[in-house]
Structures are given as C-alpha cells and as structure tokens.
Ligand binder design. Sequence first.
Ligand code: GCU
Length: 428
Amino acid sequence: MHKLSTNKAIIYTLLGGMIAFNALAQKIPVNYDESKMPAYTLPDPLVLPNGKPIKSKEAWEKTGRPAVLKLFAENVYGVNPFPGPVKITSEVRSVNENALGGKAVSKQITLRFPEISPTLALNILLYLPKNVQKAPVFVSLNFTGNHTATHEKDVFVTENWVNSGFDKTFANNRATEASRGIAERRWPMEAIIARGYAVATAYYGDLEADHAEGWKMGLRSVLTPEQREKWSAIGVWAWSMSRMADYLIQNEAQIDRKKLIAVGHSRIGKATLWAAAEDPRFSIVISNDSGEGGAALSRRWIGETVEHLNTQFPHWFCANYKKYNKAVSELPVDQHELLALMAPRPLYVASATEDTWADPKGEFLGAVEAEKVYQLYKKTGLGTTTMPMPNSPVGQTIGYHIREGKHDILRYDWEQYMNFADKHVEIK
Ligand code: GCU
C-alpha cells in the first residue's frame, strides 16, 4: 500500500482516498532491501552530548532526559512557544445522556485560548462509559472530523479544512453530512466503552490544517516567522492533545486524571509520541503505525526517509529537520530515544505487515532500543529482541504487535491496546 513506485503516478491509499506524492518526493530513492541498507550507529540515550554516561534513573531525569528532549525539540518536532499552563475556556455544546445505545454519555466541548487567539477552537467529542465511576481515557486525534468517527447523528460536522484526498465525500476541502461515520472502523467506540474506558477525540486539523499553508489559519499564525519555523504542525497537533488533557483533568470528574492514554495512528502517531514526550500527564502511550518520524529508526534506509517526509510534508517538522535530508547519520538523536522519553510509562508500539512504507522492523527495533532506559527503572520493556509473528503481541512495560494487513488502526489494534492498558491501570 505504501510502496512508492517511480515510473507512474505515485499514490497511496489512506482512508480509501488517493493522494498524489509531489513530483520532488517521487524522485527520492526508496529501498526495501535490508541487504542494501548501509550500516548505521545509533546515538546512545544513556550518553550525554558531552560524552558523560548516565547510570541511574535520577541522572536520567535530571540531565539525560532533558538533554534528549531538547535535541528532539530543536532538530525534529520544534520548540513549543506555548509550553503552558495555557488559559483555556471551555463550552459544553451538547450532552447526550443516551449515547451508544444508552451505554455512554457523550459530550461535545469547545476549547478556546483567549490569551493566544480570539478565533481558534478545539472541538472535543467525549464518550464516558456509564458503568464506571472513574474511567481511564483514550485521548486521540482523528484525521477527518469528529463526525466521521461515529454514526451518531448529533455529532457536529467539522467546519474546518479537510483533505479532499482522504475521502470521496469531501469536496473542495469541506466535510458534509455525507461523511458521517466514514472512519468508524477506526473507532470501535462501543467496544471501548464496554471495557470501561472513555474516549476523547478531536479533529487534528482544528489548530493547524494539514497542508503547507495550513499554519496561516492556525495556531502558528500568531507567531513571528522565526518562532513559526522553529515549531511545526506536528508540534501543534501534539499541543492540541495536551489541551485535551488540561480540559479532561480540570473539568471531567468522571475521568481518572492519572490514567490518560495517548494513542494515535500514523502522522497522528508521530504527534502522539511527541505529545507524550513533552507532557508526562499521559500515563500510557500508544503508537499505531507511526513509521518514519515516529517509532521507526530514521537511520534505517527502508521505506520512507527523513528526506521523503520533509519533501512531501514540509510543514510537519521544524525547519532544522531539513538539514538531515541527506545526512541522517548526523541527526543527534534517533527515534528509539523518543520512545525512551516515555520511560518508565507503559508504551505500546504497533505495526502492520503490509505497511512496509512505515518500516515495521524499524518500529520494532525502536522499541527494542528504548529498553535500556526502562532498565534504569528496573522495568522490562519488550523483554525480547526477536520480532514476533503477525498477530502475536509481546512485551511487558513496552508492548508490540504487528497486525496482519494494511496501514490502518482497526478493532484488532484497539483490542491489544485495551488488553495492555488493563494490565497497567485498574478501573474503578
Ligand atoms: C504518509 C506519510 C507517512 C504517514 C502517513 C499517514 O504515508 O508518508 O509518514 O505516517 O502518510 O499519516 O497515514
């Protein structure tokens, strides 16, 4: 699905829609052959930039972790100009006491940021299970608007820019009633609620539309050009997740504030990892098919590369990331260190067999290599260095599976995430 072919129009399938790769991205070589991949050396998260080793969790927290986080901010995801706390106003726009066949309460909440911009708004759709007093909550952005995550008729249709390539019901970059429920397969709400979890989702494009000029109408429009270049669209999406966390913690008594589970698919998986790296309130972190710039090691030359990312999606990462297009070995970090920033929190990484563009093996090795930081906390991460067979989850504080099939987030993936979360949270 995600294979690039060089001789004809280059396309990939996302939510069933076709998107053309730009002409420049088409020219960048793609490799899927392990034997053609040059040897690489990974940076060690337990060695400080000045060469000093980190030997304890105290030293990791005091100096190692902040140093790695800073390198990622300055070179990859960008420097957040609004690290918080951020003043938020919230308006509950609707409550449905009888959602999901009476099993849940749904709420739609609009967050605003009056000290930053009078117009920007982040619209949350929240499902709360009725049978639970204190619910852990999956916090996750969606690709196509809240109304596409459910068939429920009362969920507002997003009015923001949407990517027409993502679905045939989108015309002129607008969603309509016709797109209600188109992404439902990615959001098994009933099954999640039945297991005692809440779900909070928001459209990822609310604070920055996903195209090169999306910043003009979004959160980055209030910045100086220099600040804007230093930040990124992924940084904005991650910021959105933290504002969802603010709201849930401050306003929703039924949510267990210590059990915020950040989960995201693909580009949103990249943003999710960065959100959880910056924001320790996410107590469990799940990356679904996040690939290059997510869980997959950048130094592996398989599938998508840093150069592809920066060429096809120049707004996703900070300006500095482009320096590594042809010099990935000079990146002062690699993605296993992003995963290591989650320690000691439970972390789950998932791949799909046909998602070769995301380099499943590179995602698995990212998780393997993160383990050494978990060991400082006497935690076993994956506990194995052997990639498992399809549909055979492994791991302890770090979990991993490779699902049979395409680049997507499906019921099977959610079942594993709930099994994993069950092991690490107690539902009251
Ligand atoms: C493209 C992109 C990936 C990204 C994916 C997605 O395939 O190259 O990096 O993860 O889109 O978001 O679905």
